[in-house]
Structure formats: C-alpha cells, structure tokens
Design a protein around this ligand. Structure first.
Ligand SMILES: Cc1cc2nc3c(=O)[nH]c(=O)nc-3n(C[C@H](O)[C@H](O)[C@H](O)COP(=O)(O)OP(=O)(O)OC[C@H]3O[C@@H](n4cnc5c(N)ncnc54)[C@H](O)[C@@H]3O)c2cc1C
Length: 466
C-alpha cells in the first residue's frame, strides 16, 4: 500500500484529512505557508484579547462530523444560544426575519409593497413560464421583488456581486426559506420534518476557533505526522498523470505517493508543471473570489449587544455584518472591555481594499455611531486584518468552469483538491472536515478515479444553515 501523503495547507480541510490518514498508519507531512495553523478558521492575540477572523460558529447537520468535533473538543466545546438581527430601514429585526415582524414593525407602505409584489410573483409564475436561472430570478419568484430589494439583493451586492450575475444555487444553499408563504405556514403550523431555516444554538470552542485545528494537529502529531509551518508549496511536478514531487518555498523538494491540496484552486492549477492546457487556465481564471477586511474596535464597555452578529444590508453602511467576540466565548476578552468587528467584503480592485487602516477605521466608527451601536469616545484601540479570497463567488457559470478544472485534475491520479478554496466550494468548517475525512478514507480504501469522481461530486451539495 502507498504510505506517504503530502498535504498542502493546515486549515480544517487539510488537517482533518491528515488526522484520519495518520491514524490509519500513513506517513503524513502537512505543508503550510503561514506560521500558524487553522487557515481562515484561526484565532490571533491582540493584547489580552483572543480574536477570530470573522464570526465562526460550529453548526452542522452532518452527524458524523459533529460527533468527531464533540469528541475532539470535549468539555471545551461551549453551547451558545444564537441571537442575530438585521438592520432594515433604520430598525433592527430578528434574523431570519419573521412574517409577523414584517407585518407589524415595518412601515405599512413597505409591508403593503412586499405583499403586492409577492402576489404578483405568484400570479406571474401561474400564468407564464418564469425563469429560475439566477439568484435574482430564483428569489423574486419565491419572495416578490420588494422583499428581495429590501433584504436579499443589497446583501448579495455587498458580498458577492450583482444578483442577476449570480447562480440560483447560491440562493438555494444560502437562503433556506423556500418562500414567503412557507415562512408564514411554518410560523403557524411549525416546521416538523422540514429543512431547518435557522439553528437556535451553536457550538464554539472556549478559547477560539483555532482550537478545533489545534486538537486535530495534536492527533496528527500523536500518530507521528509532521506539520511544517512557514513552508509553502510553490510547484507540483507531474509526470505520466501523477504528481511526482512538490517544490517548497525554502527550495527543498518533497516526494510522496498521494497529494492533497487545499490551496485556492487557481493557485494550484498555475503551480502545475508542465503547465495545464490553455482551456483549463482560462476556466480556472474565471472562478472569482471576494476579499474580506475586518475592522476591529476595542471598546471600553463590558458588552455592546445581545446578538452574536448583526447584518447590515443597507448601502449606507460599508460593512455587511458586525460581531462581538465575547458573545461567542466570554473567556477570550478581559472584563471591562469588548471587541467589535465589522466585516467589509470587497474585490481586489476596490478602493476599500487599498484604503489605509486609519481611514477605514474612521469610516466604520462614524457609521456605527450613526447606527446607535457605539459611541466614538468609547473606542480605545482599533486595527484591521485583510483576508484575500475569503469568499468564492458563485456566478452563473461557476459550476461549468469548476467542472472543467476538476475533470482535468481527475486525470492526475494521485492529486486531490479539496476544501473551501481547493474545491471552490462556498461551505463551512464541518463541510470542509467532511471533505477531508472522506478524501482520507478514499485513499485508505485505495479507490480508483471513478470512485473519487463520484465522491467529489457529493461535495457539491452541502447546505448552509444560518
Ligand atoms: C468571515 C467568515 C466567517 C465564517 N464563518 C463560518 C461559520 O460561522 N461557520 C463555519 O462552519 N464556517 C465559517 N466560515 C467558513 C470557514 O472559515 C471555512 O469553510 C474553512 O475555514 C475553510 O477551511 P479550508 O481548510 O478549506 O481552507 P483554508 O482555511 O483557506 O485553509 C487553506 C490553508 O492552505 C494554506 N495555503 C495556501 N496556499 C498554500 C501553499 N501554496 N502552500 C502551503 N499552504 C498553503 C493557507 O495558508 C491555509 O492555511 C467563515 C468564513 C469566513 C471568511
């Protein structure tokens, strides 16, 4: 049996694959370009505070993965009651918004507009064959244009882009409410046996989301695996349909029998030597990402709000969500202060991405003061973090382009590209662990390429529950 596996990336996808392979007796070497593990699900220190890169709740309907997470974290896995709100038309509503709040708290003319446009959408779908092929049309057909223009479209524009350019699958996986009438029905009759709209609780590790990765890293090391930090992969040499070795940022080269990559798919394709055909390069370059800027404000108050996070779809705000780390774990921030973080999603070319820290912080403070969330005088410290490629953009053609690239990779027998960016898959941590664990099992079972292809196609149907 082939025993050496090189894994590129020490985020949750790479670590979960490494953990399961190490436990099965494989010789494991994980190469991570950064000096820390955890990838995007990591935690850093700022003074006495421990902070994540954006709010990271653990919630999954994948029972096997959830059982593994519980075993890994044991008593350090906290259970948190979830509370979130959304700001619409100057008011805060529970999120997901309830039908009663829409009727009774919204300005009556807006409520009426929502009702009329919903009825129009329903009638329209009865008399003509409506298109359902984009994020925009999918949601209008189920909620009417007014509600979409109030909630879904401004939010989508902030994070991913113009709703009509986005795939309907984005709405299917990210907006679990089937329609406005279904929302009303569930309020009255309950949602027994139906797809969950929103979780009432979630889990979180006591000392930050990095602990999930730390626990997996401990298991890898206990099983004699190696994790090399600060050693990025820069090139993969392919011969006769197999990866022979990888080159590392320190100039060394490393051979293995199998290679699992969790780096962004485009980076992987551009590192393959000899260079893949032009149509593969073209397809991968059409897969776009959005970057994320996190603006952190240290506030001289014990707590700011009850919510774990609050959504801000309105255009007047440059951020799309704010969160308070303390509402995930009170053990990460000292008493007497709290840290709020505002998430700004943007493209590489945007003005925000290139804006200096002070200017960004000033904008966010002013906007938060206007929203009534903070008072500028209470901000005692501030800083930003920038994350490239935080969000894969599901545009209308992403599935076709991803499949072109994946089919090419299927032809490289011992290479598996998995994870949020490695599979260009807009999913959460548990889904990434599922990909890692199942890819490991595929290698343990010495499955052939047809089995791998079948397995990787299942990675395309994870559902997100907010
Ligand atoms: C703001 C935000 C909030 C989120 N909230 C949640 C949430 O509430 N719940 C949830 O479940 N999920 C959440 N997610 C998603 C979650 O963070 C990801 O699904 C998960 O962390 C992805 O893990 P990964 O291992 O696939 O990728 P990554 O974390 O990106 O790991 C890939 C690793 O590969 C390394 N790498 C890249 N190139 C190379 C190279 N050439 N050589 C070596 N190493 C390399 C990177 O440095 C990185 O460490 C959120 C994401 C964001 C951005």
């Amino acid at each position: 049996m082939s025993k050496d596996v090189a894994i590129i990336g020490a985020g949750v996808s790479g670590l979960s694959a490494a953990w399961k392979l190490a436990e099965n007796g494989f010789r494991i070497n994980v190469f991570e370009k950064e000096d820390v593990i955890g990838g995007i699900s990591s935690t850093f220190s700022h003074g006495e505070c421990k902070l994540d890169y954006g709010p990271h709740k653990i919630y999954t309907q994948l029972d096997d993965v959830y059982a593994e997470i519980k075993k890994l974290l044991g008593p350090d896995l906290l259970e948190i009651e979830k509370k979130s709100r959304i700001r619409l038309e100057g008011k805060y509503f529970d999120y997901p918004v309830t039908i009663f709040q829409l009727i009774f708290r919204m300005n009556p003319s807006i409520t009426m507009g929502i009702g009329i446009s919903y009825l129009y959408a329903i009638l329209n779908s009865k008399v003509s064959k409506v298109r359902d092929d984009s994020y925009e049309s999918y949601l209008i057909n189920r909620f009417g244009k007014s509600l979409c223009s109030l909630v879904f479209f401004p939010y989508a524009k902030k994070i991913w882009g113009e709703p009509k350019t986005l795939a309907s699958s984005l709405a299917e996986s990210r907006v679990p409410i089937p329609s406005l009438s279904e929302l009303a029905k569930r309020k009255i009759m309950g949602d027994h046996g139906k797809r969950e709209i929103s979780a009432s609780t979630f889990n979180y590790p006591r000392n930050g989301i990095i602990d999930l990765s730390k626990k997996m890293a401990e298991k890898i090391i206990q099983s004699n695996g190696n994790i090399h930090l600060g050693r990025g992969v820069t090139r993969l040499s392919v011969e006769k349909g197999r990866v022979i070795s990888v080159e590392l940022s320190d100039g060394a080269s490393f051979d293995a029998d199998h290679f699992i990559s969790t780096m962004p798919l485009a980076n992987l394709i551009h590192m393959i030597n000899p260079m893949p055909p032009q149509n593969i390069l073209n397809a991968v370059d059409l897969l776009k990402h959005k970057n994320l800027i996190l603006v952190y404000l240290v506030i001289s108050k014990d707590h700011l709000f009850e919510d774990n996070w609050i959504f801000f779809p309105e255009e007047a705000y440059s951020f799309n969500r704010i969160f308070e780390q303390k509402s995930f774990s009170p053990f990460m921030i000292p008493k007497g202060i709290t840290v709020l973080s505002a998430e700004i999603t943007c493209s590489q070319e945007s003005a925000e991405w290139h804006m200096d820290e002070k200017k960004l912080v000033d904008i966010v403070i002013k906007q938060l003061e206007k929203s009534g969330i903070i008072s500028a005088k209470d901000v005692i410290d501030s800083f930003t973090k920038r994350i490239k490629n935080a969000y894969p953009v599901y545009d209308i053609n992403h599935k076709k382009n991803r499949e072109i690239v994946m089919e090419y990779l299927d032809g490289i027998m011992n290479l598996y590209s998995i994870g949020r960016l490695g599979y260009f898959n807009y999913v959460g941590m548990a889904d990434c662990m599922d990909m890692g664990i199942k890819t490991a099992q595929n290698i343990v079972d010495s499955n052939d390429q047809a089995d791998w292809r079948k397995l990787r196609k299942t990675f395309e149907s994870y559902q997100t529950i907010d």
